[in-house]
Write a protein that binds this ligand. Structure first.
Ligand code: SF4
Ligand code: SF4
Length: 423
């Protein structure tokens, strides 16, 4: 009975959030999924209609409700453009939690979220094991971008051009750090995030080099867990809360000024979703202290763009949705690229837009994800850039895949790498 009451309360919360939607349909023009499929059920308004009366629909066809709710990148583009201020991302995440609570998690989701993500030591060992043998299953696709593709028809990786797991992840190169405040007078807690740690350790090393250059003390504890977004997006609130608690405990054992991440997705999750979806204590990790690395460099340390030089290298900057839509951070990454002498930012002809990654969306709806990403790769090529830069490791994976498959040999770098190289 307690469960039914809980479910009723959750459905009521959803209903309250839905009342702001006027069904005006202005979200249609913004949604990258709708732009490809033209299906009303893929756009915000259609999904909100599905969610209203979720209790009844859950009983009649729960699998279909789940499938339709999952056809969303959670990019937040509809939310920032909604004239009524509908909290779309919140609604979708809550609805996914309700439907998955009702249906239960799949076996693979249970293994990934409950047994792996929540046991970072085991996860690290398994990933290291995978890194040892990945060469047997893959072959080079593009040496400039550093992508590989599968040698055999393996599920998941069959058509992808992927970045391989790092031979030495960041946590093996720098086990932990606990340096004191330098001349900057600041000390940061550093949360690299899973993709930086396991696939792009060079981004983590770039961040550490930058902190050292600006004499910022760093606290980077061992045993960091995932920020929890894969679990929350899949509707597993329990695993999400466990991950938040583990990280909060680690980062609350000492004093620091800001918690910095080089990952747009981690920053937005820790800053916005931890307080919203975790009922427990957040210790030192208060939202106002959580910052994207580029924002910290520009807004706190005061890094400024360098003077314009001749023959500057053109860098195309892709705005990650979690920075642009969730955190309204657009100028800082561009300024940090320009702060690296000899580099100039060029804008993409199509303007800012989602690259189609969307975390689990890329796994479950790869064709659709690639369809959106291909256009991004073509925009990067059309910009005339020599390098593609972004501030989210998840976007880096998608851009690498799309550029490589389109035979556009432009390397993909994190903004921090570009800045660190100039120091
Ligand atoms: S979510 Fe916003 S933009 Fe979309 S139909 Fe509702 S009110 Fe209009
Ligand atoms: S979050 Fe993005 S993909 Fe999902 S409905 Fe809104 S605009 Fe479309």
């Amino acid at each position: 009975m307690a469960d039914i009451k809980q479910l009723a309360d959750k459905l009521k919360e959803l209903d309250d959030l839905l009342t702001r939607c006027m069904r005006c349909g202005m979200c249609q023009a913004q949604c990258p999924v709708f732009a490809r499929t033209g299906r009303e059920t893929d756009v915000t308004r259609g999904k909100l209609a599905l969610i209203s009366g979720l209790g009844r629909k859950m009983l009649s066809d729960p699998e279909q409700v789940k499938e339709r709710l999952e056809r969303c990148l959670l990019c937040g583009t509809c939310q920032v453009n909604c004239p009524s201020g509908v909290q779309v991302s919140d609604i979708f995440l809550r609805a996914r939690a309700i439907i998955n609570g009702y249906l239960g998690l799949s076996r693979s989701e249970k293994i990934i979220f409950r047994s792996l993500l929540t046991h970072p030591g085991l996860m690290n060992r398994l990933v290291s094991f995978g890194a040892l043998f990945q060469g047997l299953l893959s072959k080079e696709a593009d040496s400039t971008i550093g992508t590989s593709c599968a040698r055999f028809n393996v599920p998941l990786s069959k058509e992808r051009h992927f970045k391989k797991l790092a031979a030495k992840p960041l946590h093996k190169q720098v086990k932990s750090l606990d340096s004191s405040t330098g001349s900057s007078g600041l000390r940061v807690a550093f949360f690299p995030g899973c993709i930086t740690d396991k696939i792009f350790p060079e981004t983590g090393l770039a961040a550490l080099k930058i902190f050292k250059h600006h004499e910022v003390g760093v606290y980077m504890p061992e045993g960091q867990a995932c920020c929890g977004i894969p679990a929350l997006s899949a509707g597993d609130s329990k695993a999400f809360s466990s991950l938040v608690s583990m990280n909060v405990q680690l980062f609350s054992s000492t004093q620091w000024d800001y918690l910095i991440t080089p990952c747009a997705t981690c920053t937005s999750t820790i800053r916005n979703l931890w307080p919203e979806f975790h009922n427990g204590d957040l210790g030192m990790v208060r939202p106002e202290k959580v910052m994207d690395a580029t924002q910290f460099l520009m807004d706190v340390l005061g890094v400024e763009p360098a003077d314009i030089q001749e023959n500057q290298k053109k860098i195309a900057y892709h705005d990650p949705c979690h920075l642009r839509n969730s955190l309204k951070i657009t100028t800082q990454p561009r300024s940090i690229i320009s702060a690296a002498k000899g580099n100039a930012v060029v804008e993409l002809p199509g303007g800012p837009s989602c690259c189609g990654s969307g975390g689990s969306f890329n796994i479950k709806h790869y064709e659709l994800s690639a369809d959106i990403g291909r256009q991004k790769a073509r925009d990067i090529a059309a910009s005339g850039a020599q390098v593609a830069a972004t501030a989210c490791p998840a976007c880096m994976l998608q851009l690498s895949d799309m550029l490589s498959k389109e035979n556009i040999s432009i390397p993909v770098k994190h903004v921090l790498e570009i800045y660190a190289q100039s120091l």
